[in-house]
Design a protein. Sequence first.
Length: 293
Amino acid sequence: MTGLVDAHFHIWLQADLPWLLGPMQPRIFGPYEPIRRDYPVEEYLADCRPEGVTGAVYVQANWAPARALDEVRFVAESAHRAAFPIAVVAYADMLSEDIRPQLDALAAEPSVRGVRMQLHWHENPLYRFAQVPDLARHPILQRNVARLADYGWSFDLQVFAGQMEGAAELARACPEVTFVLQHAGMLEDLTPEGIASWRTGMKRLADCPNIVSKLSGLGTFLRRNDPAHVAFVARETLALFGAERCLFGSNFPIEKLWTSYAALVAAHRAGVPAADHDRVFNGTARRVYRLGK
C-alpha cells in the first residue's frame, strides 16, 4: 500500500464553532467535553501520521453558514503551514435560489473538491440535523447539486436509511455528480428490522453508479470503536459497492472521544479484506477527491 488517505477529518478552533461554546448541547455523538477545545492540524498529524497517512480530506465542520469561505481559507492555510496535502469539502447552502455565487467564491480556493450540506433527519431529535426529512427531493436542492458538475465537484451525502430512497432520486437527477455517502449510511438501528431497512436502502444507493460509500463514523451510535461492528458494516458495504467505490475516513476528532487513531485504523484494516486495502484506504479517495499521488 502506497499510503493511507483519510477521507474525512476535521480541524477546528473553538471560537469558530458555536456548538463548542456555552452550555453543553446534546449532540448525535453524545457528551463531547474531551474535544470541547481547539483541535489544530498539528495535533491531527500527531494522531494520524504514525499510521501512514499521506493525504486527507477535510469535511466542513459547521462554522456559521456565512463564514463557509473563511472555514476553507483557515483549513487551507493550516494545511499549507504544516506542508500537508489535503482536499476540502466545503459548505454551501444548496437551498439558495442560485448557488453559483457561493460556488464561484469557493472555487477561488484550489483545495476545494466538493460540498456538503447535511440532509440527515431522524424521528429522534438528538439524531436530527435537517429541518425536514425529504430535502433530497427538493427541486431547488437538486438543481443546485447538479451545478456541482460544472466545477468538477462531488457532493457528500449524509442520510439515514429512511431517507435513502429520496437520496437515490437525487443521485439519479444529477448523473454527472459523484456522491460520497457519509458514514456508510449511518446505521443506527441494530435491530433485525433496522438492519434490513439499512441494507435495502444501501442496495438502492449502490444501484446508482455515481455514489461511493465512506467507511467512517461507525462508532457514532455505539460510542465506542467496535471491530466486530466495523467488520460487519465494511463487509455489507463492500458487497454492495465494491472496493473501487468504498473509502476510509477517520471522522477525527469525533472518534477521538472513544478511541485512538491507531485503534480505529486497525479495526478498519482488520474488517476490510487485504486484497481491497489499496483501494479502500488509498485509491478510491485519491480518485474521487482528486488528490495527488
